[in-house]
Design a protein around this ligand. Structure first.
Ligand SMILES: NC(=O)c1ccc[n+]([C@@H]2O[C@H](COP(=O)([O-])OP(=O)(O)OC[C@H]3O[C@@H](n4cnc5c(N)ncnc54)[C@H](OP(=O)(O)O)[C@@H]3O)[C@@H](O)[C@H]2O)c1
Length: 376
């Protein structure tokens, strides 16, 4: 396998290092904007040098972002090259273009590192769905949010201090929005649901609430009720309809999610035969993530195509009625739906996920967290 590697940052460099130890594949060219030289690969600033090289049969995309990653990956597929990418935003956003295109061109398209970094979640989901129906996917998919929430819970840090610590450790970006506003988890949930259920979720129908507005007082309220707050994604398939949403969720101390420390992930599927299976590990980092990229390259070598057939575009329904903890804002809709009060926060009567997220869109300063299902 001759590889054109796009991007030489955290993941790209790791992929290069691991592949350098192998004899069944080689990185022939690296597209990198910086002036670097490598002993055994040609470095270029121009993607066309990879595209026009007919000896390169596989493109590994590790640049991130939507553009020009989309244009490069699309052109590579059109040119008959296999794709391996760690870019969740790219695959979740252009799923209904890139997956059918790869199928029609007969090239392999793999993206295991896009969800869970070093955890082989998508490749296990692929295996799981071969022998049963998948009823549920989701869980803790973002290590940065878990680190912040865990620090606030165990160390009583404020949100600002926990975020600063995550930034100092390299877990959070200087602009943390993609993580703390739930966007990263949103991409991962869409991708996992598409593969697990064999559909193409309309991203617009999948709401995401993040953790940006959580206060130390909220965490104290949760502790007083024996609860822990986690950012949890939920994808559900039931009787031909689908729900998918990302939101802070309260879990009882003693549940597996409550015990997930620091920047770890815990991603779960529920299958018709297997029941619950959970996958735990570091969801990011150079070598764990690069490891899964290389695993995908090995799968491509053995001719493995995408994880599931492309399924038609469908909207999430999100009719589940849940009780929510809401703080930071008061208004008449909340008053009408109040069933209890914790400190200065409202506990709502059961309201649909769709209605709660529609309300939140108009109240960006609020913090919401779904109560555990046992408390509904
Ligand atoms: N880091 C992780 O642990 C992890 C885990 C799972 C998935 N991922 C995903 O993997 C992808 C890469 O992440 P990363 O952490 O490796 O990012 P990164 O460290 O920022 O590396 C991206 C690299 O791509 C380069 N690049 C950007 N645009 C380019 C272009 N047009 N041509 C050539 N090179 C270009 C960047 O160069 P400049 O710096 O010069 O812009 C940078 O070196 C992202 O989609 C991310 O979501 C990362």
């Amino acid at each position: 396998m001759r590889i054109g590697l796009l991007g030489f940052g955290v993941v790209g460099r790791g992929v290069y290092d691991i592949i350098a130890l192998r004899s069944d594949m080689e990185v022939a060219k690296v597209v990198c904007l910086e002036d670097i030289s490598l002993p055994d690969a040609q470095v270029t600033k121009h993607f066309d040098d990879v595209l026009s090289d007919s000896t390169i049969n596989t493109v590994v995309e590790a640049m991130g972002g939507l553009h020009p990653a989309y244009e490069f990956v699309r052109a590579a597929i059109e040119a008959g090259k296999n794709i391996v990418t760690s870019n969740k935003a790219l695959v979740a956003t252009f799923y209904d273009e890139l997956i059918p295109l790869a199928e029609s061109k007969g090239v392999c398209f793999r993206c295991t590192a896009a969800v869970g970094g070093g955890i082989g979640w998508l490749s296990e989901l692929e295996r799981a769905r071969r022998a049963q129906s998948i009823h549920r996917v989701g869980g803790i998919m973002n290590g940065t949010c878990n680190y912040i929430l865990d620090s606030m819970t165990r160390l009583d840090l404020s949100y600002a201090d926990a975020l600063s610590q995550a930034q100092a450790l390299g877990y959070a970006e200087a602009n943390p929005s993609t993580d703390v506003d739930g966007i990263d988890t949103w991409h991962k949930l869409i991708l996992s649901s598409n593969i697990g259920f064999g559909i193409t979720l309309d991203p617009e129908s999948v709401p995401a609430a993040g953790i940006r507005n959580i206060r130390a007082e909220d965490v104290a309220n949760f502790k007083a009720h024996g609860l822990v707050c986690k950012l949890i994604s939920t994808g559900k398939s039931q009787d031909g309809s689908f729900s998918a949403y990302v939101q802070p969720t309260l879990v009882h101390q003693g549940e597996p999610e409550a015990a997930v420390p620091a920047n770890y992930n815990l991603i779960t599927l529920v299958g018709s035969a297997s029941g619950r299976m959970s996958f735990y590990g570091q969801g990011a980092g150079r070598y764990p993530t690069a490891y899964n990229v290389v695993q995908d390259c090995v799968d491509v070598l053995s001719g493995k195509h995408f994880y599931s057939p492309y399924g038609k575009k469908i909207s999430a329904v999100n009719a589940d009625a849940l009780c929510y903890y809401v703080s930071g804002v008061q208004d008449s809709w909340l008053e009408d739906n109040r069933q209890a009060t914790w400190g200065d926060a409202v506990i709502t009567k059961p309201v649909s996920v769709k209605a709660m997220h529609a309300w939140l869109k108009n109240h960006p300063d609020a913090f919401i967290a779904a109560l555990p299902v046992s408390e509904q």
